[in-house]
Structure formats: structure tokens, C-alpha cells
Design a binder for this molecule. Structure first.
Ligand SMILES: [Zn+2]
Length: 421
């Protein structure tokens, strides 16, 4: 019974990997015209509702229960580093209080949320390795709805590692990424300069939250991305695309793959994080580096990279060492362009909007990993600072900053254009 469950979860996982990883993801992110308000409300009417939830147990055995209005289908699997149980669900509206699924017992973190228009996910991050000894959907006795009951039990680390291996999930994700890479640049306009705007976070990964208003970072980055898109679309010779245009989760690698697939010449990832130091404010521009410029940059990169863990993404091994000299050269050239773009942004922001001191910093951000697409990550401001939070929510300020970004892009491109390229 248990074995059969694990087996089918593995099969489903690989199927999910292929479908969600490529077809659905690209459809959702770059569908013609993006998500319109009509499309969103049409989706909303088909949502399953999870109207109640509870969790109970100790550090040996923990039960998680979710109540649904209709019978849910689900697929469960295991992911290592950190050790997680991931449960995929159809599109779901989570209508219960966050405190109902507070991490307890075997789990140190419990997240749930939408992945894209047609799927949602529950991610149980284990305090210690755990496995589902039973997972089933039962009809509620009172005839109202169904409940998904997940029973997890502590297992030895080597058993958990074996579960992960048996699923061969890592191999699948890798295959998906490669397949996506292979079709890269198809449909990329030849004569247009393509800019990929990446609204940080989304779906299950809400990012940071405003100190006062609790506004999730994912909403701020998306709102700002849309303004920037609109402005860039008016720029001659520029074709702007978004990695996501809805409340959807994308892994950091998926963002890079999507950008590359659209033939991006530049990737701009937008964020507005929080810091422990509430008095720090202003914009920061980041480029990639394996050595962080400072402690704050290192901290931020670590938190940003944690997005994949929140979303239940399996990391196939770290990118292999670059031995190919050509790849290395491309990387160095790309890096030079990224730095030049970061300087252009700082130049155009200076004296116009608040910048932190040393506003160009660097760290190992996963979303900036493309070896052939110049990439920057822009922290618009910090949601941990009250003044910054006000600005981040202010449409006038947003419009101004988007305008300055367009100017920065013009600045950055000026030498290239002057050389006829
Ligand atoms: Zn962020």
C-alpha cells in the first residue's frame, strides 16, 4: 500500500515535471496578451476551495489535514536539501487562516499557494526527515466536502535520501531544463532589443512583507514590472517581455530559461526585500558574483535563493564547474555588460531617488546565473523601512522610478548603438 503510493507519486512527479515545467509554464508566462482581468476571473470560478486546515503531532508523527469543497486530486513526492514533502494540487483557493497550518511536530515550515493558473502546492519542510505513511482523500461524514489527510512519520536520513533517489525526480527536472534550453531563442525577434522583466517571487512564494501594511513583495514587484513593461513598449527598437504576469510561482532557473527563450538581451529582476536593520533604506543594484561584496548582500542572496525551497523546487546538483574556455569568455563578457548596466542604473537614479551607500553590490543570486544574458537584480527599496514602504506603494514614485529605469537602459545601450550594434 505504502510502496504503491510512493511508486505512483514518482510517476506522477515525472509527468508533472514535464508538463508544468515546460508547456504550462510557458503558456502562462508568455500567453498572447498575458493574463487579462477576464481570464483571471474565469479561472477563479473553477478554483477548488480549501476552507479549513489543521496540523497536529509531535517530532515522531505529524498529521496534516485540509478540507476541500470538492474532491481534490493530489500528487506527493520528496525533495532533499532541505528535506521536504511536496504535495501538488489543482488550482486552489486557500481560504483558511495562516495560523491553522502553523509549522509543528515534524515540520519546521509549512507553505501553500498557487503555482500557476491551474495548479497549487503544499510544501512541508521537515525538521527531521519524514515520510508519508498514508495520504488519502476521505469524504467528510457530514456530506460536506472532502478532506486530504497526510500522515508523516520520522524516518532515518538514509531512508529519506533513498526515497528521493527512487523518484528520479532530479533527473527529470534536469531533462526539462535542458529541453527548454534547446529550444532557446526560438521566436526571438532578430532586429529588436529584448528586455526580460522579472517580477520577483509569486504564487506560493510571497517574498517579504511590508513592515506597516504587510503588502507582499510579490505584488509590489509585479505592479512595478507592469509599469516598466508599459514604458519600455513605447521605446523604439525595444521588445519587453515579463517572466510572469500573474500571481504565479516560477523557480529561479525557470525565470532564466524563460528570459533566454524569448531571446532576452538583458534581464532585470525586481525586488523589495526586508532587512533586519529597519533604518536602512534606498535602492540597490546587484550583479552576480561568487563572492559577495558585503554581509548584507550575502544575506539577501541567501534569502532570494531560498525562493526555490519555498516553492518546493528540487535542485539538481549545483551548476558544474565551468571548464569550457569559450563559455568562460562569454561569461566574462556578459559580466562586463551586467556591471555596465548596474552602473547605468545607479547613474540615472543618483539625485533622483534614494540609494543606499555603495548602491552597486554583488552576490551569488541564482536568478542572475545566465552566462550569456547580462542580468541585474534591482532592490527598489526595503519593505522593512516605513518610508521606503510608503514609496514602494506610491503610484507616482513607481512611475518615476520606471521612467528612470528606461533612462538607464538608454544610457547602457548608447555606446552599443553608437558602434552600430
Ligand atoms: Zn525579493
Amino acid at each position: 500500500m505504502i510502496l504503491a503510493f510512493v511508486q505512483s507519486a514518482a510517476e506522477n512527479a515525472s509527468r508533472f515535471g514535464r508538463i508544468a515545467g515546460v508547456v504550462l509554464m510557458f503558456g502562462a508566462a508568455f500567453g498572447a496578451g498575458g493574463q487579462t482581468a477576464g481570464a483571471v476571473s474565469a479561472q477563479a470560478s473553477t478554483l477548488m476551495v480549501a476552507y479549513a486546515a489543521r496540523v497536529a503531532g509531535d517530532d515522531a508523527r505529524t498529521r496534516v489535514v485540509l478540507d476541500f469543497d470538492t474532491r481534490p486530486t493530489f500528487e506527493a513526492r520528496y525533495i532533499a536539501n532541505p528535506d521536504r514533502i511536496v504535495v501538488d494540487l489543482p488550482a486552489t483557493a486557500f481560504a483558511f487562516a495562516e495560523s491553522d497550518l502553523k509549522a509543528t511536530g515534524l515540520f519546521r515550515d509549512i507553505r501553500y499557494g498557487s503555482m500557476d493558473a491551474s495548479s497549487a502546492r503544499l510544501v512541508l519542510t521537515a525538521q527531521r526527515p519524514a515520510k508519508l505513511v498514508s495520504a488519502e482523500v476521505l469524504a467528510n461524514e457530514d456530506g460536506k466536502g472532502f478532506r486530504l489527510v497526510l500522515d508523516a512519520e520520522l524516518i532515518p536520513q538514509q531512508d529519506f535520501d533513498r526515497l528521493v533517489k527512487e523518484q528520479a525526480w532530479d533527473a527529470q527536472t534536469e531533462a526539462t531544463a535542458v529541453a527548454a534550453d534547446e529550444v532557446a531563442a526560438i521566436g526571438a525577434p532578430q532586429d529588436e532589443y529584448v528586455i526580460a522583466i522579472d517580477a520577483g517571487h509569486g504564487g506560493i512564494d510571497a517574498g517579504a512583507a511590508g513592515a506597516t501594511t504587510k503588502t507582499p513583495e510579490k505584488d509590489i514587484t509585479l505592479a512595478f514590472a507592469r509599469i516598466l513593461l508599459e514604458k519600455l513598449q513605447k521605446e523604439p527598437g525595444i521588445h519587453a517581455v515579463m517572466t510572469r504576469d500573474g500571481d504565479q510561482f516560477l523557480s529561479l532557473s525557470q525565470r532564466v530559461v524563460l528570459a533566454r527563450q524569448k531571446g532576452a538581451n538583458l534581464l532585470i529582476s525586481l525586488h523589495a526585500d526586508t532587512l533586519r536593520q529597519g533604518d536602512i533604506r534606498g535602492a540597490t543594484v546587484y550583479t552576480i558574483s561568487d563572492k559577495a561584496s558585503d554581509h548584507m548582500a550575502a544575506q539577501l542572496a541567501e534569502r532570494e535563493n531560498f525562493s526555490d525551497a519555498i516553492g518546493g523546487v528540487a535542485h539538481s546538483d549545483e551548476p558544474s564547474e565551468v571548464t569550457d574556455i569559450l563559455l568562460d569568455l562569454t561569461r566574462r563578457e556578459t559580466q562586463a555588460f551586467s556591471i555596465s548596466m548596474a552602473q547605468a542604473v545607479v547613474g540615472s537614479f543618483e539625485g533622483q531617488i534614494g540609494l543606499i551607500n555603495n548602491p552597486h553590490r554583488y552576490a551569488g543570486f541564482r536568478v542572475l546565473q545566465a552566462h550569456d544574458v547580462p542580468s541585474i537584480l534591482l532592490e527598489l527599496g526595503f519593505l522593512s523601512n516605513n518610508e521606503d514602504e510608503k514609496l514602494l506603494l506610491d503610484p507616482v514614485w513607481r512611475d518615476k522610478v520606471a521612467g528612470l529605469m528606461v533612462e538607464a537602459i538608454r544610457r547602457y545601450r548608447a555606446p552599443v548603438l553608437a558602434n552600430g550594434g
